[in-house]
Design a protein around this ligand. Structure first.
Ligand SMILES: *[C@@H]1O[C@H](CO)[C@@H](O)[C@H](O)[C@H]1NC(C)=O
Ligand SMILES: *[C@@H]1O[C@H](CO)[C@@H](O)[C@H](O)[C@H]1NC(C)=O
Length: 445
């Protein structure tokens, strides 16, 4: 069903146009009745034809026009792989021709709880990672100073100590950032299932999960944590979104991050995005949601659908148009997403260390795409999943914040270096992501 208010403007414009034309066609005294009737039929026919064409083009187009709230009924949709520039979503000022992306069918199980977790689910590769806590280096930084040798070693899925953010400097040196107050830390320590997101630098609005889609079970048992910086908190407060005395705005528990570790807000955003296993040490599952999306599905249903059912420990969607890192590099440069020299350095490094082009025709290709759409990630906090998250974070810390550039490389290298230790990553379709969230534009800058 098309929501009515979407169809109406198109229709009403056409009705006006048809009325106008109709006036001409039926101007009295100029034509015989018969030709008048013929004309009327002609115009009616033209109108109907025009309407159906416009409807076909614009009516559906509106589904993907993320700005508007709309009810999605996934089961009535089919997958359409038509292209859109993700980047246009982030630059709403220009309104280029927007192609359409629809949600596709997602068969969710009835509301369930963690007791339904399959008994054999946690049967994944087992080892134990320790994290570098502190470096005695006088220029402390959040990501530490991992050498290339340490980096190489860190890809091995074995008991070892690795870099994974949150690295402190010597005694007496200033914090390296991402400081949280104890009350928030204590709350976060209690979470076993987490939905998290972040807004830094007032880059977006606060979008609350669609309450009626979230089960009572999840409202009680899942932590919904929105990381913000002070600036964002102030802005949200001005707009009337003020946390209650317990720190909540709706389902979101607002956690203020002090002392951001990077000047680049996008890089800072990668800390909660990738390192949920560090931020929520008791969590067994986490769902990451970019702030441009509203959660529209129950978290446990999401975990069941993407992880339990697929026996997967990490789920991320593919990019809706690009599968090859070569294309992603081009696109990043074309849209001036980042310093070109830095992109080239990263890309050349990856090519010299085994990154190859995506081959559609390879029946044994390890992934359906080497470029993810990383705005929605579902994770079981298994050793492999946690290690992969650390490795990916370290790439972003070392190179550019464009994580779509490092995903394929990191995944392929991780696989290559652990041939006998499966990492079960499920790359799902972008249209599935669209079925369980609602997509918006980022806030206008
Ligand atoms: C790795 O660590 C785990 C838990 O700390 C321990 O049980 C296991 O024996 C260790 N494995 C090796 C190969 O040292
Ligand atoms: C771009 O990146 C290169 C290499 O990382 C760096 O030397 C250069 O200063 C950067 N340019 C700008 C404008 O930030």
């Amino acid at each position: 069903m098309l929501p009515e208010r979407r169809g109406v403007p198109v229709g009403s414009d056409l009705v006006k146009a048809a009325d106008h034309n109709g006036d001409h066609g039926l101007r009295p005294g100029r034509r015989s009745r018969r030709s008048g009737r013929r004309r009327l039929l002609f115009w009616l026919f033209s109108f109907a034809a025009l309407f159906s064409i416009c409807f076909a083009i614009f009516g559906f187009k509106m589904f993907s026009h993320g700005v508007e709230d709309h009810q999605t009924i996934p089961s009535l949709r089919t997958t359409k792989d038509i292209s859109i520039e993700s980047d246009t979503l982030e630059k709403p000022k220009k309104k280029p021709h927007r192609a359409r992306f629809n949600p596709c069918e997602v068969q969710l199980r009835d509301p369930i709880d963690l007791l339904n977790e399959p008994k054999s689910f946690w049967n994944f590769v087992s080892f134990s990672s320790q994290y570098v806590q502190k470096e005695d280096i006088i220029t402390p930084r959040f990501g530490g100073h991992q050498t290339l040798k340490e980096r190489e070693q860190s890809f091995h899925a074995t008991n070892q100590t690795i870099h994974c953010g949150f690295i402190k400097g010597p005694e007496g040196y200033p914090s390296t950032g991402f400081d949280l107050v104890n009350e928030d830390k204590m709350y976060m320590n209690t979470c076993t299932v987490v939905v998290s997101s972040c807004i830094f630098g007032s880059s977006d609005f606060l979008r609350r999960p669609t309450s009626k889609m979230i089960s009572e079970y999840s409202k009680k048992n899942v932590c919904f944590v929105m990381f913000v910086d002070k600036e964002t908190l102030v802005k949200l407060s001005k707009e009337g979104s003020v946390p209650d005395e317990k720190g909540f705005i709706g389902l979101w528990r607002i956690v203020v991050v002090n002392n951001l570790p990077y000047d680049d807000m996008r890089k800072t955003g990668k800390v909660p995005k990738f390192l949920s296993h560090r931020l929520f040490p008791s969590a067994r599952y986490s769902i990451w949601l970019d702030s441009k999306m509203r959660l529209h599905t129950d978290p446990i249903q999401i975990i069941e659908y993407f992880l339990w059912r697929k026996k997967s420990e990490y789920a991320i969607s593919n990019h809706y148009t690009r599968h090859c890192v070569w294309d992603e590099v081009q696109q990043n440069k074309r849209l001036n997403k980042y310093n070109h020299t830095a992109i080239d350095q990263q890309f050349l490094f990856y090519q010299s260390d085994g990154l190859h082009k995506f081959d559609h025709s390879d029946p044994n290709k390890p992934l359906p795409s080497y470029v993810p759409e990383g705005s929605f990630i579902v994770r079981a906090h298994t050793p492999m999943s946690n290690l992969f998250s650390c490795l990916w974070f370290n790439e972003v810390d070392r190179f550019t914040s464009r994580d779509q550039l490092s995903f394929g490389y990191t995944f392929l290298k991780f696989k290559r270096m652990n041939p006998d230790k499966p990492f079960v990553l499920h790359m799902f379709k972008d249209c599935e992501r669209r079925a369980i969230t609602k997509l918006f534009h980022h806030r206008n800058p």
